[in-house]
Write a protein that binds this ligand. Structure first.
Ligand code: NAD
Length: 690
């Protein structure tokens, strides 16, 4: 099968990318494209070329797998040069070439379009240059052609944020020449009148002082918000600058060199590692011959923080949802909260008013179990209490038909403990959403030994229907994310007890790369939740040790966090700005004294080491116990579920980068000083040499 379809009608040669479903730009596709462009130039019938994909998608860009094979600076330069030369050949075509673009058009796909002499797109097209989010600069001429086409400031904006530009904005900025209906793309592309080589354009880059100002602003923004580990923004700025101050060709060379520079950094390599790890998450091993059963109607039991978010996620996926709660007022409340949240999306332009109206009709509330029984998936999201959950799961099991699935959203409780009350345990599965459920991308799908393969396949499929990234994990208290993350939060309280300042703990983790510190986060989730979840984990894993008495004292004092206006920090009403909470600080000091600890200064280094190594120790245990399908699944789950910085690759990759010998030494030292919770597991001791 050719990767490029060649057809000619009325003097127009359509070169259709034929690598479904994504039309990734691979090296073989580039080769065929070059051959096709040459052929069209020799074809007497052809007056104009149109490069396009199919109605819904032009191309998803350069195949990211190419990055996996880059081992050296030479490899990076070579790959970049191959793309640049291929696109240059298109731009050099004697007969005009127009790109007819549709769908999401990121990175290399946009760079291909930029090398054409004109561009048209359908109304739903989204243009973006997401390379920066992977830690690299575009390497196929994007840093050179974009400024020439749309001006330096808007080009830098696109290149440095990775954000998408819609069709109308692209038209207004001069990125495309026309927007037309998807089924009219070829005619529209044939009608573009002004056709020019992008690299020869100077009209948008003529104002030198404006160019300098845009570059200076970009440098300043990077200095203020970037991190020294991320070189992609400065690489992009450098390539753009060289292209402007020297020449287009010098700019292309700078692009190659900067690409090699980015690829040589650990931060970029780790981002790419996480990119692939995320892609692997949804792949379930040993499922051949097993088909998923589609979920068409969902019921959610418990309209608390989680139930409301889960119901909304289901509605956003276009599925009907019936909800119930023991507390009738929770039903109306839930409906109201979902409506408000969706209305906010409409106000932000992320949802059309028509879709909102349609979505709201998908919601129904009931107190009748027969109604619940009509669902083919029931998700339980009641209190984290074994007895309450067992009762509810029992009721659900009796109400539903034989083929229905029943799921629990428990954060920590072993599904084996809950399965006792379930009528058809083979159709029982864990669906652990993260808060807020309508937003967070990760969904842990938990299988027990008794869960059927069909149920696993159906649950994974359902997660994808919701637009979530599912990770399949085996059943054990806390599963993967909480099993690793709760000990980290818990360690933050041990550090408080030892004398560390709350703000120093949070700052250390932000400096490490987390979006927020552990104490800020626990204030958001509720300090009582930590006490509850830790109790389950500690029973299952005794080496986790005691939770600092600070937590119980805070709960007893009602300092539960943001929901009460104060926790570790004080929150001014109505906003999330925080200040130190003197009452909490008194509790820290009193509990420190009660534990017989002398006040001491705990520095950032100790804070970071203890918090991160606590996670690393637990992540290796999760690996040892075979709870995840692959090592990289654990890393991806840490990134998506707990905010571990992707550029450090997740906890296990971070440990491997540090060197397992080194990690082992640190853990042994911490174990000696602080106790068994830091003890390296057997597997870590054995694999350290590998
Ligand atoms: P919540 O206390 O906000 O809500 C629980 C809801 O369940 C309440 O509205 C309550 O009235 C209702 N309920 C209690 N008993 C019931 C019964 N017998 N029948 C019907 N409804 C009943 O709790 P939440 O934070 O939404 O947590 C719910 C579940 O989700 C828990 O298992 C929790 O561990 C898990 N979870 C919570 C989070 C989180 O961040 N809050 C994250 C992931 C998972």
């Amino acid at each position: 099968m050719p990767l490029i379809d060649y057809s000619v009608a009325d003097g127009v040669c359509v070169l259709r990318l034929n690598a479904p479903p994504f039309n990734w730009i691979t090296l073989p596709l580039l080769d065929e494209l070059r051959v096709a462009v040459r052929r069209a130039n020799l074809d007497a019938e052809v007056r104009r070329l149109v490069i396009m994909g199919d109605a819904g998608r032009f191309s998803a860009g350069a195949e990211v797998a190419l990055f996996r094979d880059i081992r050296s600076a030479e490899d990076a330069v070579r790959i970049s040069r191959i793309f640049q030369e291929a696109f240059q050949e298109i731009e050099d075509s004697a007969k005009p070439v127009v790109a007819a673009v549709a769908g999401k058009t990121p990175g290399g796909a946009l760079e291909l379009a930029l090398a054409c002499h004109g561009r048209v797109c359908e109304p739903g097209t989204l243009f973006s240059m997401p390379e920066v989010t992977l830690g690299i600069n575009p390497g196929a001429g994007g840093t050179q052609r974009l400024p020439r086409l749309m001006g330096v400031e808007p080009a830098l904006n696109l290149l440095l944020t990775g954000q998408a530009l819609n069709a109308n904005a692209a038209l207004a900025l001069g990125l495309v020449d026309a927007v037309c209906a998807a089924d009219d793309l070829v005619r529209c592309a044939s009608a573009v009148e002004t056709l020019r080589k992008t690299r020869e354009r100077t009209d948008r880059i003529a104002d030198r002082s404006a160019n300098e100002a845009a570059l200076a602003a970009a440098v300043q923004h990077d200095a203020a918000t970037g991190r020294p580990e991320f070189v992609a923004p400065s690489a992009i700025i450098e390539a753009v600058r060289t292209g402007l101050s020297e020449s287009f060709e010098a700019g292309l060379r700078a692009e190659q060199e900067q690409f090699a520079r980015c690829m040589a950094t650990p931060a970029t390599r780790n981002k790419i590692y996480v990119f692939f790890a995320r892609g692997d998450l949804a792949k379930v091993r040993d499922m051949s011959g097993i088909s998923a059963r589609a979920v068409t109607r969902v019921a959610v039991i418990g309209m608390g923080s989680m139930g409301v978010g889960i119901a909304q996620a289901v509605m956003q996926a276009g599925l009907p949802v019936t909800v119930t709660d023991a507390d009738p007022s929770a039903l109306e409340n839930g409906r109201q909260r979902i409506r408000e949240s969706l209305e906010k999306r409409v106000a932000q332009g992320r949802l059309s008013p028509e879709r909102l109206t349609k979505m709201l009709t998908l919601f129904s509330a009931t107190t009748d179990w027969q109604e619940i029984g009509r669902a083919d998936l029931v998700i339980e999201a009641v209190f984290e209490d074994v007895a309450v959950k067992r009762t509810v799961l029992g009721q659900a099991g009796r109400a539903v038909s034989d083929h229905a699935m029943i799921a629990s959203n428990t954060s920590t409780i072993s599904l084996d403990t809950l399965a006792e009350g379930v009528k058809r345990p083979e159709r029982f599965v864990g669906l652990h959403f993260f808060n807020p459920a309508q937003v967070m991308p990760l969904l842990e799908v938990i299988r027990r030994d008794g869960t059927s393969a069909e149920t696993v396949a159906s649950a994974m499929q359902f997660a994808k229907t919701l637009g979530k990234t599912p990770i399949l994990v085996r059943n054990r208290e806390g599963f993967v994310v909480n099993r690793i993350f709760i000990p980290y939060l818990k360690e933050a309280f041990s550090l408080l007890e030892d004398g560390a300042e709350a703000s120093a703990i949070d700052q250390a983790m932000v400096a490490f790369g987390f979006p927020m510190g552990p104490l800020t986060l626990i204030d958001m989730a509720g300090i009582d939740i930590l006490a509850l979840t830790d109790a389950v984990l500690r029973r299952a894993f005794p080496w986790h040790g005691d939770l600092s008495a600070i937590v119980a004292a805070m709960v007893e004092g009602g300092w539960l966090g943001q929901k009460r206006g104060a926790g570790v920090y004080l929150y001014a009403s109505g906003n999330r700005e925080r200040r130190d909470n003197p009452a909490a600080q008194e509790i820290f000091a009193a509990e420190r004294q009660r534990a017989g600890k002398l006040p001491r200064t705990v520095g950032a280094e100790e804070i970071t080491q203890r918090l991160i190594m606590r996670m690393v120790a637990e992540a290796f245990r999760v690996l040892e116990e075979g709870l995840a399908q692959r090592e990289s699944d654990i890393d991806a789950a840490m990134v998506l579920g707990s905010g571990f910085p992707d550029w450090r690759g997740g906890g296990l990759k971070y440990a491997r980068d540090l060197g397992l010998e080194n990690v082992l030494r640190q853990l042994e030292m911490l174990e000696k000083q602080l106790g068994k919770r830091f003890a390296p597991c057997k597997m870590l001791r054995e694999i350290k040499g590998t």
